[in-house]
Design a protein around this ligand. Structure first.
Ligand code: AMP
Ligand code: MG
Length: 343
C-alpha cells in the first residue's frame, strides 16, 4: 500500500521558505511553531510575531474543539448524533450547522460530485475505521439509495434532520473549515501572520513577514516531495488525490474519493488536484469534487465560477493550470520536463 503523509510534504516547501527567511531578516516577526495530531493527520501551526505562542495555543484548542463536533466516529460529536438520529431532528452547534449549509451549497455547485451524504458508502469500503474491504455490488446499490444531499433538512435554529439511513461525512470540507476557524482564533490571540497546515490543506494567514507572497509546495503523488510551487496570498490551498488514502486488494488499488453516482472510487484523468481560493471549506470541497469530475469538468466549472484556481497533475503526468496562476507557478528541480497547459 502506498501512503504518504501529504501534509508534511506539501508543506515542506513553505516550511523551508519560512525557515530560510527567519535566518535572514524578519525584523520583529519571530517565528513560532507547534504541532498537533488531530483529524487523523499531523497538523503544523506556524505563527509570526510576539503573540505567536498564544496564537498557536488558541489554534490548537480550536482544532480540538471542532474535531469533537465534526468527527464521524466520536459518539458525542454533532455528526455522530445526526447519523444515529433515526430520522429525528437533532440540535447541533452553530459551527456544524454553518458547515452543513456550506456543504449543501458546494454539493449544489458541483452537481453532486461533492456529496456530504456519502458516509454509508465510505463506511462500506472501510475508509472510516481502516478495515478496508471491497463491498458487494448489492451493498453499494443499497447504500447509494440513501446518498442524496436533498435528504438533509435544515430546520433553522441549528436543527438538522435526515431520514433514517442517510448519514453525513464532512471529511472532504472539515479540514478546510477548521483551517479558517483556527486562523480566526490565532487572530483573536493577536497573531497577524501564520500558516496552518492540515493534511494536504494549507491555510495562509495575513502576509508573509517578508512582505512577499507565500510560496507553497505541491506534493508529487508518487515521489512524496514537492514538484511545483505556487505563489499565493492569504487564503487556502488544498490538494486531493487518490494517493492520500488507499488500499490494494488482489492487485487493484482502491482509494477514498468516491464517485457518488457509482459508489466506487472515482476514476478521472486526475492524479492530484490543488485548489487555491479564499474560503477554506470551498477549497477543500472543490478539490474533492474536481478529483471526481476530471480536468475537463474543472475547466468548465472555472468558466462559470471565477473565485477559485486550480493546478491539476493528470495521470499522463501533464500539468493543467488555470490561466490566472500563469506566472505564479513554477516546476521545481527534477520536474522541469512536465508539460504545462494553461486553461
Ligand atoms: P478529501 O481528502 O478532501 O478529498 O476528502 C475525502 C474524504 O471525504 C474521504 O475520506 C471521505 O470521508 C469523504 N468523501 C469521499 N468521497 C466524497 C465525495 N465525493 N464527496 C464528499 N465527500 C467525500
Ligand atoms: Mg476536500
Amino acid at each position: 500500500m502506498k501512503k504518504h503523509l501529504n501534509i508534511t510534504v506539501s508543506l515542506m516547501l513553505i516550511i523551508l521558505c519560512t525557515v530560510f527567511a527567519s535566518a535572514c531578516d524578519y525584523g520583529e516577526a519571530s517565528q513560532h511553531r507547534g504541532e498537533i495530531y488531530a483529524l487523523d493527520t499531523l497538523i503544523t501551526v506556524t505563527a509570526y510575531g510576539e503573540k505567536g505562542d498564544e496564537g498557536i495555543a488558541a489554534a490548537k484548542s480550536e482544532i480540538r474543539r471542532l474535531e469533537k463536533l465534526l468527527s464521524v466516529t466520536d459518539e458525542n460529536s454533532d455528526i455522530f448524533r445526526i447519523n444515529a438520529s433515526k430520522g429525528e431532528a437533532v440540535e447541533v452547534s452553530s459551527e456544524t450547522y454553518e458547515l452543513i449549509e456550506k456543504a449543501i451549497s458546494i454539493s449544489v455547485l458541483t452537481e453532486g460530485k461533492f456529496e456530504p451524504t456519502v458516509f454509508p458508502i465510505v463506511k462500506l469500503w472501510g475508509f472510516t475505521d481502516k478495515n478496508y474491504r471491497v463491498p458487494e455490488e448489492i451493498e453499494i446499490k443499497n447504500a447509494l439509495s440513501n446518498v442524496n444531499c436533498e435528504n438533509i433538512t435544515l430546520l433553522g435554529e441549528n436543527r438538522v434532520k435526515v431520514p433514517e439511513g442517510t448519514q453525513l461525512d464532512l471529511g472532504a470540507v472539515a479540514k478546510g473549515y477548521i483551517g479558517d476557524m483556527s486562523a480566526i482564533a490565532m487572530e483573536k490571540a493577536g497573531v497577524e501572520s501564520g500558516i496552518i497546515s492540515l493534511g494536504g490543506n494549507v491555510k495562509l494567514m495575513g502576509e508573509n513577514p517578508q512582505n512577499d507572497s507565500w510560496n507553497v509546495g505541491v506534493n508529487h503523488p508518487e515521489d512524496g516531495v514537492a514538484f511545483c510551487k505556487v505563489k499565493a496570498e492569504e487564503g487556502s490551498i488544498v490538494t486531493s488525490g487518490a494517493y492520500q488514502r488507499n488500499f490494494v486488494f488482489q492487485g487493484v488499488t482502491y482509494h477514498h474519493i468516491i464517485n457518488p453516482e457509482t459508489g466506487y472510487p472515482a476514476e478521472s484523468d486526475i492524479e492530484s488536484v490543488t485548489v487555491v481560493t479564499q474560503d477554506g471549506s470551498l477549497a477543500d470541497g472543490l478539490s474533492t469534487a474536481l478529483y471526481v469530475g476530471g480536468s475537463e469538468y474543472a475547466a468548465e466549472l472555472r468558466k462559470s465560477q471565477s473565485d477559485f484556481e486550480y493546478i491539476i497533475l493528470t495521470k499522463n503526468n501533464e500539468l493543467i493550470i488555470s490561466q490566472a496562476l500563469k506566472g505564479k507557478t513554477e516546476l521545481l528541480e527534477g520536474y522541469e520536463n512536465i508539460k504545462i497547459t494553461y486553461r
